[in-house]
Ligand binder design. Structure first.
Ligand code: SF4
Length: 552
């Protein structure tokens, strides 16, 4: 059976998937730009904004229908704005109604530059205002829109503090209900609703209840206008000043897809200003948790920007020289890999151990507690690349290291904060006289190290991680702001191989990936190009994991 059907759009036959939302078929195979405010790929259909209207042929000829709600069927005939003047006129009318009470405060609105209302005005609106100045707008941000609810709480008006994360500018809301549906259907916590009727309708929380949920910042992303804004980003940047790179959540093994947005201009050139969810239907759909979204705030805090020797600061170069000397003179070396680093970094751990010969032994794993999957964008396992380390053949055997710690005279820990994960267990490693830590932050392990070398943080490296479902995903690098001299862990590890008779000569993370492929059969045939922005699944026989589903 064919997996496509034929529909006719503006007189042309198009092959589309059966029983899919017509708006998706129009935007996809039919290549027909179709506007929407209330429709969202990862939410249930509401059909209240009416801007996606098209004409569809039925028993009584062509009739109006909303393309977000209609599903494709064989032989369906559709007229869009391309062939129907009626659709052009109707969409203009919808835009006029939406804008009649919408403030024209784009210059000070955080959504400017990525506002669907702005975009569709240029595409579907372009109408002259017929607003009678004597009447004026129904401006819901005014003092006259503040009122006392039945419990005596003041509500409505401008800049409404909805909770710890979100501010509502009521007058910008176009009552699309995306945020309401997100909270009910995805977050499963219906904390928002629409009250009132007609042009007096307004978005609200329940009396005395805040909007307070681990995923509530997603409502600001999906708000098609600037009605909902995240407190962390409000008035921080103009979005057109930002550049983006694609990456993944480094704090959870689902590896929710996201973009890192940074600004190259100004005195803080390269500073990261926000993380935004990046749609991947097979991983996190369009959502990320608040705690993932706010990870960027740690990129500039407590960084290990140089080296340390015996607790004192030194240059990266001096710390590296000291570490090479320690490795050279060691009788037995324990090297700890890390599920917080990329697969390339961990391949470098193995390559370094090999180059050092029989005196080096590799250990892996983490003492961090694994929680439960939330069914949206978190698996509950804080070790993002646990699966990648496993596919390289590195064992989960930190407890073995503790048991035989006294056998070693050098411990090298790469990006794995053992002392934070379990100070009690890690304390037993303090019998090892020389402890070398590679870390992006001045963490508890650096505090216990005799030599520490700063490395790049997750947002500053290019490489790959394997999520809990066996999906290889790429991290792309944004500028290294704390100190441009910082290198990725794989680079520092290969520099440390100067302690070996035959040092490693890797030129880039691609050499790390090739090394990982040589060690992990699951990676055979994969390239950065084939993995791409959406990731690539390793052969199922090589994964023994319970799949963790993304929400709704
Ligand atoms: S606040 Fe935004 S997302 Fe929510 S109903 Fe209003 S316009 Fe839609």
């Amino acid at each position: 059976m064919s997996d496509t059907i034929t529909i006719n759009v503006d007189g042309k036959d198009v092959q589309v998937p059966p029983r899919t939302q017509l708006i998706e078929a129009l935007r996809g195979p039919a290549k027909t730009d179709t506007p929407a405010f209330c429709y969202h790929q990862d939410l249930k259909v509401a059909g209240n904004c009416r801007i996606c209207l098209v004409e569809v042929e039925g028993p009584r000829g062509f009739a109006l229908g909303i393309s977000c709600h209609l599903q494709t069927a064989p032989g369906m005939k559709v007229r869009t704005q391309i062939s129907s003047e009626k659709i052009v006129k109707l969409r203009k009318g919808v835009m006029e109604f939406l804008l009649v009470n919408h403030p024209l405060d784009c210059p000070i609105c955080d959504k400017a530059g990525e506002c669907t209302l702005q975009e569709h005005y240029m595409g579907q609106g372009k109408h002259e205002s017929r607003l009678d100045d004597a009447v004026g707008k129904q401006y819901k941000g005014g003092a006259d829109h503040r009122f006392l609810d039945s419990k005596g709480n003041e509500r409505g008006g401008k800049k409404i503090d909805l909770g710890p994360s979100i501010v509502l500018d009521q007058e910008r809301c176009i009552i699309c209900t995306r945020c309401v549906r997100f909270m009910s259907d995805v977050a499963k916590s219906p904390q928002l609703d629409i009250a009132g009727r007609g042009d007096h309708a307004y978005l609200t929380t329940f009396p005395d209840e805040p909007l307070n949920h681990e995923y509530d910042l997603n409502t600001a992303d999906i708000c098609p206008v600037g009605a909902l804004t995240g407190k962390h980003f409000r008035f921080q940047q103009r979005v057109w000043m930002l550049k983006s790179v694609e990456s993944i959540d480094p704090s959870d093994s689902l590896g929710a897809n996201l973009t890192i947005d940074y600004n190259m201009s100004g005195s803080e050139g390269g500073k990261v200003w926000r993380l935004m969810p990046r749609r991947n239907p097979d991983v996190n759909k369009s959502w990320i948790a608040n705690r993932t979204r706010l990870l960027y705030q740690n990129l500039a805090v407590n960084r290990l920007t140089d080296g340390k020797k015996a607790g004192g600061d030194c240059t990266i170069e001096d710390a590296t020289i000291a570490a090479v000397a320690a490795l050279k003179g060691a009788k037995k070396i324990a090297i700890v890999a890390s599920g917080h680093l990329t697969t390339e970094d961990n391949a470098a751990v193995l390559a370094l151990a090999e180059s050092l010969g029989g005196k080096a032994e590799v250990f892996g794993g983490s003492w961090l507690t694994v929680g439960k999957a939330d069914g949206i964008a978190l698996s509950g396992d804080p070790v993002a690349n646990r699966k990648g380390v496993e596919l390289l053949g590195i064992k989960d055997n930190l407890d073995d290291l503790v048991a035989k710690a006294k056998d070693f005279d050098v411990l090298l820990v790469a990006g794995n904060d053992l002392w934070s994960a379990s100070a009690e267990k890690a304390a037993k490693l303090e019998v090892i006289p020389t402890r070398i830590a590679l870390s992006a932050w001045v963490d508890a392990t650096v505090a216990k190290a005799t030599i520490a070398i700063g490395i790049r943080a997750w947002a500053e490296v290019r490489g790959s991680m394997v999520n809990c479902n066996g999906r290889v995903q790429l991290l792309q690098a944004c500028p290294v702001v704390p100190n441009s001299q910082l290198e990725a862990a794989w680079s520092v590890l290969t520099a440390l191989s100067k302690a070996a008779a035959k040092p490693l000569t890797w030129a880039s993370e691609v050499d790390g990936w090739k090394s990982a492929q040589a060690r992990g059969p699951a990676f055979a045939g994969m390239t950065y190009r084939s993995i791409g922005p959406m990731g690539q699944q390793v052969a199922l026989s090589t994964t023994a994991v319970q799949p963790v589903a993304a929400g709704v």
